[in-house]
Design a protein around this ligand. Structure first.
Ligand SMILES: [Zn+2]
Length: 410
């Protein structure tokens, strides 16, 4: 049994709650078995055989960050055409890249990622390897190949479906292959030439209902890529689990072949429909995109977070890591965008840890520093409730109790 006592100045249970005097955790075989005052834990545990002690003077322990939306096999280098790259790269190249990207995320404090689209299920191999303890990395959930329509957004990954039977078979296949979530590109997207524009749904509402039913029967959650208002409506009415992007996109789309409508309104009615559906929304906002977007678009996207939050819609944090403008390792910077929507540091920390973990099916597993949870820990030098920017410079990162990044403890 590997036992480690990790201590600092204060433990934040879920980024928000911080019981007074609790400054340490005890980890046995990757799981937290006890939390309490550091000195007290050391008194009882440090003298036992085979107990490691990692003390971080003055530091804050918070749960590792959770990224609800990444693409580990993608190359975020500006100018790389995703379709060409992902079609022409060998499976070995993509698997090696996924490994590098996973390590970059982990080093930046992200201890869990949900991969929402790769080619041929490559990420599953890495997920299983990390899970078995053969490789240090973040916990991975994966969708395998995303579902789309023939010629649609991300069709080059191989997940095109059309008939009801094809949709059901695709869901069953993912279940059989061991995927964790069903990803569907309900609307068009930005990176696929010739695909429908972001402001249109690719699927009919009937097709989305068939998919939702098949996923329920398979016992799998769903993640809907949805920019267009009608795509958001289809996803909400079908009861899909998370709505990704949820932009009601108004930005120009270079691949659209038609001009974007002048305005699209993100109405209170739409917010109400999402709220009633119980879906969580992942706005996938990063500083890279917001700062590049035309000012009015950036303002609208940030304002949308404020409105969804005020309406009580569950919000989760995803970066679309791997897509150009969102390199792995920049998750913490994306959190600063949330502050611009009027959320407090503690609210953002809660969303980035416990809330996102709960909403992607990991409640009881990760996202909180409390007994029974995995020891996925991010250690920062100052109190992130006062200064969120401290998260940009992790002191150390533990993945299931194993020191995975940052400096060696004092
Ligand atoms: Zn994506």
């Amino acid at each position: 049994m590997a036992t480690t006592v990790i201590t600092g100045a204060q433990v934040l249970v879920d980024g928000e709650h911080a019981p007074e005097g609790v400054s340490g955790i005890v980890v046995v075989d990757g799981r937290i078995v006890e939390t309490g005052p550091g000195a007290e834990l050391l008194d009882r545990w440090a003298e036992r055989d085979h107990v490691d002690v990692d003390h971080f003077e003055g530091a804050f322990l918070l749960p590792g960050l959770v990224d609800a939306h990444v693409h580990l096999t993608f190359d975020a280098t500006p100018g790389v055409d995703a379709a060409t790259d992902l079609t022409e790269s060998s499976a070995e190249t993509l698997a090696a890249r996924a490994r590098v990207n996973a390590r970059a995320a982990l080093a930046a404090g992200v201890t869990t990622v949900r991969d929402l689209g790769d080619r041929s299920g490559i990420v599953r191999g890495l997920r299983d390897e990390i899970h078995a303890g053969g490789t240090t990395g973040p916990r991975i959930l994966t969708s395998g190949v995303p579902l789309t329509v023939p010629g649609g957004h991300l069709h080059f990954l191989g997940g095109a479906v059309e008939s009801d039977e094809e949709i059901r078979a695709a869901v069953r296949q993912r279940k059989d292959e061991g995927d964790d979530v069903i990803k569907v590109a309900v609307s068009g997207g930005h990176i696929t030439a010739g695909s429908p524009p972001t402001w249109r749904s690719q699927f009919t509402e009937h097709q989305i209902q068939v998919l939702a039913q098949a996923a329920r029967e398979a016992g799998l959650p769903t993640a809907a890529h949805a920019h267009a208002v009608e795509a958001i409506e289809f996803a909400a009415r079908a009861g899909l689990t998370t709505i990704e992007h949820c932009s009601a996109e108004v930005a120009p789309d270079p691949h659209a072949g038609e001009a974007a409508p002048r305005t699209i309104s993100f109405t209170d009615e739409l917010v109400g429909l999402i709220h009633a559906s119980g879906a969580a929304v992942d706005p996938t906002l990063t500083s890279g995109w917001i700062d590049k977007a035309p000012q009015d678009v950036g303002f609208k996207l940030i304002d949308r977070i404020r409105r969804l939050y005020a309406a009580g819609v569950p919000l989760i944090v995803g970066t679309d890591g791997g897509v150009a403008g969102s390199p792995f390792g920049s998750y913490a910077e994306s959190l600063l965008v949330w502050l611009r929507a009027g959320l407090s540091n503690t609210e953002v920390l809660r969303l980035a840890t416990a809330e996102t973990a709960d909403r992607i099916g990991l409640k009881g597993t990760t996202g909180r520093l409390q007994e029974g949870y995995a020891a996925d820990v991010l250690i920062v030098q100052s109190d992130p409730r006062r200064d969120l920017r401290t998260v940009l410079r992790p002191v150390a990162v533990f993945a299931r109790g194993e020191l995975a990044g940052g400096r060696v403890p004092a």
